[in-house]
Design a protein. Structure first.
Length: 648
């Protein structure tokens, strides 16, 4: 469906409701299963709270219990367990970390933290997960497939929505201390309180590690590259009256990461460009803020929200203690959303309707100083409309359309359609189709260094994605297994070429299968598993780099009968994947990296309501591997710690 031939929303609604009503009369033979996991509440699917079972798009939710049981300290490590997600880190802790969804590029994933868009304007509008600590996170929602119809340009591949915990109850708090391998130690705290009128939560963490060499040690690199991170996070809100509330979200991170150089080594046995030891470091400062209000009228049938957020990133790079480059990116975003709910009856079916309208404006600026000085600005506006319908709380559908206006590129339209429903009390189906768009970032257009000079002629990337899945629920073990097929066609994919970027001349195709399972055989025993098969083609018969065909994970947790001791174990498997390597003239070719599997174990023991001891071992089998060509990874490592809790 091309934008100029799109069916109008009003016409589509007239066709959609009677069609779904006919489906309901023939298929509504039993009540849907209402397991705990089916009823998980999500926001990212349609910009409103809804149950995961009502979502036609494929998605995964990692809740706070999962993160705590696995003793996750960085969000990227948790995302390795999500079907359809691939993670790659350029070496030691604090090194550049990319997350790809269903083979889409990393800058095609929109990342939100408490409603704040954190994609970095100074980094091709890509979010670097290296500095994101899992600090008091309530849940992580991973929405897969093109979501531009609701979320705009950066959501071409999917959305990762991170929501932190609200304060609850009388003033209470906790502190944690842990230390272990590679001279690593971390200290964290949380203070929170909440009632029907107010809530607040203040959290912070300090991380220090001597680290490993960014450049792979097997290539003769032995200099340790350390990392320091300090993060503060605040979430607070007040209920002004029965209808009106306000919330403030703040997050501040300062990080200093030692790094190595990626360069050629003339006169050596291997003069090709690669990662090599160097006296370099990056100092990063990130400031995120959002102020929002929510107004509910007519017994919650009309809900409105307004928000203004600000993202500010600053990275300074040093060589041998001397400033070599500076990059700054800023985004100011204004958002308005209106949700109207109403009911009707059709052919003996109860029909619930929702109409969501969203309008937003973004103002971006990018400044770099190094090999040259670049100072650019860009602004964009977007308007989205989604209609959602539910039949007897058993069949659900949405239809969304969006118009984007951009100061640098041609205006464009995107759409998305989803359908989900229960064929029986145990069997759910879900499907979605949508289009996505990703505008080149200011960094990609204008460059930032001597080795990356940008390309002002880049065109926006576009895709069409669809998926179809079936989910079977097991009441006896309070769980489900889901199998989903996905397909994506991508036009104008942007890729690195020497010291710049280009649009690939041919369409790229990505397809595959996702399998996920969540089972709870007993109250004290949990099993989660995921597998993804991805087949990618860049349009020239080559696989897209850093997209392994096979990725799998298995995670389980067992609470001993004393209800105090828990053991959690996980295996993360990454199959063979291609990566780019360079010759002496910086021409690229592809190299296949070996498969690897990581075994991780975590143990915790609650002494009483105030004291908990914990320990974990990562890469227990001491696997040697590369996620990115010529960059190193950690061997076996362990941490031990204690958490102290109290209340007033």
């Amino acid at each position: 469906m091309t934008p100029n031939k799109q069916t109008t929303l009003s016409s589509a609604f007239k066709v959609l409701i009677p069609s779904l009503t006919l489906c309901s009369q023939s298929l509504l033979a039993s009540e849907p299963a209402e397991t705990e996991h089916a009823m998980e509440i999500v926001v990212s699917a349609s910009k409103v709270e809804m149950s995961r079972a009502a979502t036609g798009s494929a998605m995964t939710v990692l809740d706070s219990e999962y993160l705590e049981q696995n003793q996750v300290r960085t969000v990227s490590d948790a995302l390795r367990d999500v079907p359809g997600v691939a993670v790659s880190r350029n070496g030691a802790a604090g090194s550049f970390t990319q997350v790809r969804i269903r083979g889409a590029e990393a800058n095609q994933t929109l990342v939100l933290i408490d409603g704040i868009e954190v994609n970095d304007v100074a980094n091709g509008s890509e979010y670097n997960f290296a500095h994101l600590m899992s600090l008091e996170i309530e849940r992580i929602e991973v929405l897969r497939g093109a979501q531009s119809a609701l979320w705009g340009s950066d959501a071409m591949g999917g959305v990762i929505n991170i929501i932190t915990k609200k304060g609850n109850g009388p003033l209470n708090g906790k502190v944690s201390f842990e230390a272990g391998s590679y001279g690593t130690h971390q200290e964290s705290f949380n203070l929170n309180s909440g009632s029907d009128i107010y809530h607040y939560s203040l959290s912070g963490s300090l991380v220090h590690t001597d680290g490993i060499s960014d450049a792979n040690e097997k290539d003769g690199n032995h200099e340790e590259d350390g990392y320091r991170n300090g993060t503060l996070s605040f979430r607070g809100g007040v209920q002004a009256n029965d209808n009106l509330s306000f919330e403030l979200n703040l997050r501040h991170t300062e990080a200093d990461s030692d790094s190595d150089s990626f360069t050629s080594v003339p006169g050596s046995a291997d003069p090709r460009p690669r990662a090599v030891d160097a006296d370099q470091n990056d100092e990063v400062r990130q400031k995120f803020a959002r102020l929002s209000s929510n107004l509910s009228l007519f017994d919650d049938q009309w809900q409105q929200s307004f928000g203004v957020s600000n993202s500010d990133s600053n990275r300074e790079s040093f060589k041998e203690g001397t400033l070599s480059s500076k990059n700054k990116g800023k985004r100011r975003k204004y958002e308005y959303q209106s949700d109207v709910y109403f009911e009707s009856d059709a052919a003996s079916s109860n029909v619930d309707h929702r109409i969501t309208f969203a309008a937003e404006r973004e103002e971006e600026s990018f400044y770099t100083k190094g090999w040259s000085t670049i100072d650019r600005e860009m602004d964009a506006s977007g308007f989205a409309l989604e209609y959602g319908v539910s039949l007897n709380d058993q069949w659900f559908a949405t239809l969304a359309g969006r118009r984007d206006l951009n100061s640098e590129f041609q205006n464009d339209n995107t759409y998305r359609f989803t359908l989900a429903g229960w064929l029986s009390s145990d069997l759910r189906i879900h499907a979605s189709k949508g289009t996505g768009i990703k505008n080149p970032g200011l960094y990609q257009l204008y460059g930032s260094s001597e080795t990356y000079k940008g390309n002002e002629n880049l065109k926006p990337e576009k895709n069409v994605t669809w998926d179809l899945g079936t989910e079977y629920h097991f009441d006896a073990v309070d769980g489900y297994i889901d199998v989903t097929y996905f397909h994506s066609d991508v036009r104008n994919m942007i890729t690195g070429a020497g010291q710049t970027s280009i649009n690939l001349p041919s369409d790229s195709k990505i397809k595959g299968v996702e399998v996920s399972a969540t089972l709870n055989p007993a109250y004290n025993f949990r099993i989660d598993a995921g597998y993804t098969y991805t087949d990618s083609d860049n349009g020239d018969g080559k696989e897209l780099v850093r997209r392994a065909k096979h990725i799998a994970s298995l995670n389980s947790s067992y609470l001993f009968p004393n209800d105090k001791t828990r053991i959690t174990g996980g295996v993360q498997y990454n199959g063979q994947q291609d990566d780019l390597i360079f010759d002496e003239n910086w021409n690229t070719s592809q190299k296949t990296l070996s498969e690897f599997a990581l075994l991780n174990l975590a143990l915790s023991h609650t002494l009483n309501d105030q004291v908990e001891f914990f320990c974990r071992v990562e890469n227990l089998l001491d696997e040697e591997y590369e996620e990115v060509a010529t960059y190193g990874t950690k061997g076996i490592n362990a941490m031990v710690g204690v958490t102290l809790r109290g209340s007033l």
